[in-house]
Unconditional design. Structure first.
Length: 405
């Protein structure tokens, strides 16, 4: 692995704001300066995290830093702030893998920055093929059919994979019927394969909300099929789809004792699908059937989609009391309070944190939920006040994504 060039390090340092710039950014926030603050914090976070085998909390912190880098890169690619991300990417790739890298490559390709892309690939020691599943649909969505044909001619993908990319691109362009027609022109297992892959491409790029028509190609008698169904229901917040997923999942629960796949793959996503459409009773019914470890995964889904005060009394009882996993459970409650319209109550609960680490964790979820609700003016100073760089970086990135400019 080549060392990150000094020039790239200098570029990242200059892009990341100092104390004076932080104050100016908080006073008049813009996406680029907040994204720079997030990158600076995540650099500090990167130096202190590692995977340590059986230490679950350490592993979760490592994954949070990796996910924050992915969000920083994807936001930079989407909004045209590529240079900030490109300078950090080689060092990030070395420790955290390629999350978000495909989006950066695609943005460089679409912008015609071929020389920069070639240098980027040399630094990362990667082949640009890792961006194909993002780049192919993006070309179609942009109406660049000639470029798409040239791109496909340079590859040797199976025809049904080419159709999947083209169909996904049509969906991204708002041409769902054209995308479905491409898939339906295939026969048998090739049609199903193209449909499944097109849905996966949309989900993988954060567009599961438009993928509902592609569910007809999923085999809802399988764990993978029902899991995909539940993920689409979450993204689309579609009650009919959530109910379809629930009905399809019922027979799978009977096999849980044999392979466990229902417990760790389907049930938590099913809780998320039901919570996303406000069906709390069914969501809780599924959650209560699970063992403690799987319950925590499902509770995270419940907290992610709780945009109503209806669940708050139950959440306070279940999540707010002392006991095992209090730090994690309390964080879920903070998020649910903010999303349920009780931001003041969330702040009061955060103030009861028993130690600094717990307070930082809860403050992160508080800031992220406020940003999600559009209250970036409150979320930004809250995020910058977090001491732990892992939590601060994640919170700042959420604010940057929520900003409009």
């Amino acid at each position: 692995m080549k060392r990150l060039p000094a020039a790239a390090l200098l570029l990242l340092i200059s892009a990341a704001p100092g104390a004076a710039e932080d104050a100016a950014c908080i006073a008049s926030p813009a996406r680029l300066c907040v994204l720079g603050m997030a990158a600076e914090a995540n650099q500090a976070a990167s130096r202190i995290v590692s995977t340590s085998g059986t230490d679950r909390e350490a592993n979760e912190r490592f994954l949070l830093v990796a996910g924050t880098w992915g969000d920083i890169f994807k936001t930079a690619a989407k909004t045209g702030h590529l240079d900030l991300a490109l300078s950090a990417a080689p060092a990030v790739r070395k420790k955290f893998g390629t999350v978000g890298i495909a989006e950066l490559m695609t943005a460089l390709k679409l912008a015609g920055r071929d020389a920069d892309l070639a240098a980027f690939l040399r630094q990362l020691e990667l082949d640009d093929r890792i961006a194909d599943m993002v780049f192919g649909p993006a070309l179609v969505a942009a109406g660049r059919s000639t470029d798409f044909k040239a791109f496909i001619a340079s590859r040797k993908y199976e025809p049904y994979n080419v159709v999947a990319m083209e169909a996904a691109g049509n969906f991204l362009a708002g041409k769902q019927q054209e995308g479905l027609a491409l898939i339906d022109a295939l026969q048998g297992r090739y049609r199903m394969g193209a449909g499944i892959n097109a849905l996966a491409l949309l989900q993988g790029t954060g567009h599961g909300d438009i993928a509902v028509p592609l569910l007809k190609y999923q085999d809802l008698k399988t764990v993978n099929g029902v899991e995909a169904c539940a993920l689409v229901a979450q993204a689309a917040k579609d009650k009919a789809v959530a109910e379809q997923c629930l009905a399809a999942a019922s027979p799978l629960a009977e096999a849980a004792a044999r392979d466990g796949a229902y417990l760790y793959a389907v049930a938590p996503q099913l809780v998320g699908a039901l919570a996303a459409v406000g069906d709390w009773q069914e969501a809780l019914k599924v959650l209560r059937q699970l063992k403690p470890d799987n319950q925590m995964m499902a509770t995270e889904k419940l907290a992610r989609f709780s945009h109503t005060p209806e669940m708050l009394p139950t959440a306070r009882t279940a999540l707010g009391s002392p006991g095992p996993l209090m730090k994690k459970r309390g964080g879920y409650l903070v998020r649910m309070l903010v999303l349920g319209g009780q931001a003041d109550e969330a702040a009061k609960f955060v103030a009861t944190a028993p130690d600094d680490a717990t307070r930082d964790h809860w403050s992160r979820l508080q800031a992220e939920a406020l940003a999600e609700m559009g209250d970036t003016a409150t979320a930004l100073p809250l995020a910058t006040g977090i001491t732990d760089p892992v939590s601060r970086a994640s919170a700042l990135c959420s604010v940057a994504k929520a900003l409009k400019d």
